[in-house]
Design a protein around this ligand. Structure first.
Ligand SMILES: *Cc1c(COP(=O)(O)O)cnc(C)c1O
Length: 229
């Protein structure tokens, strides 16, 4: 198996090719390295290869890594399901949260964000695949939730995030990403500017870049297959 630095470069190349195919500047697409389940050593390998933004799904694991790398200028993004009794460590230790899907969670994150830190950057997660996924607000709730989140003092609403059902062909992968992009455009047209679309994982990053991704969240293609045991 190739080293993390080689796999990181291969992912950067995929992003560059997908951006070129879509007529986009690859500088518009940020790479979030999803390091969940991987040890600190893997994070440090990726950081040594120039990666600065890391995503985590589990609160304690993410906080531990953020604390262990506090002297390194890395940026930590929380991308997992949110429970209201675990918002405080997220508000205290992360720079971004991609998975805000209800107002109560957003209000807690804003209230618990330390005044000494810049606003917490957030995306509203939308369930664009319907029944199949439980996380994310309904598409028809998105505008109202964005409006409410944008009004909270210690959060900065940046955009929308989705995790569609896995699909094999690129057309099927693109359809839910396109729905999310159209929702983003509708929210922006209502006067709430959003600059971020957090879409695309290891198996569908090309489809996501084609539909306007500004952050792709990549784990397996950088670190290898996860072992949850
Ligand atoms: C695990 C995870 C990823 C990374 O998925 P890969 O298929 O390993 O690239 C991206 N986003 C979220 C929300 C995840 O939970």
């Amino acid at each position: 198996m190739s080293a993390i630095s080689d796999k990181l470069q291969a992912v950067r190349d995929r992003i560059a090719r997908a951006a070129q195919a879509a007529g986009r500047d690859s500088a518009e697409v940020a790479l979030l390295a999803v390091s969940k389940t991987w040890p600190l050593a893997s994070v440090l390998d990726a950081a040594a290869a120039g990666q600065t933004a890391f995503g985590e799904n589990y609160v304690q694991e993410g906080v531990d890594k953020a604390l262990a790398t506090a002297d390194r200028n890395l940026e930590w993004h929380f991308i997992g399901p949110l429970q209201s009794n675990k918002t405080r460590p997220i508000a205290e230790h992360f720079a971004w949260v991609h998975s805000v899907d209800r107002l109560k969670i957003a209000e807690r994150l804003s209230a618990q964000r330390p005044e000494s830190l810049p606003p917490l950057q957030v995306c509203v997660q939308v369930n664009v695949s319907g029944e199949a996924s439980k996380s994310g607000c309904r598409p028809d709730e998105t505008l109202a939730l964005c409006r409410a989140v944008a009004a909270l003092p210690n959060l900065k609403l940046r955009g929308l995030m989705a995790i569609p059902e896995p699909a094999d062909d690129e057309a099927a992968q693109r359809a839910p990403f396109r729905r999310l992009r159209e929702l983003r455009d509708a929210v922006a047209a209502a006067g709430i500017p959003l600059d971020t679309l957090s879409i695309g994982m290891s198996h569908d990053l090309e489809a996501a870049v084609a539909e306007g991704a500004t952050i792709v969240r990549i784990g397996t293609a950088i670190f290898g297959e996860r072992n949850y045991a």
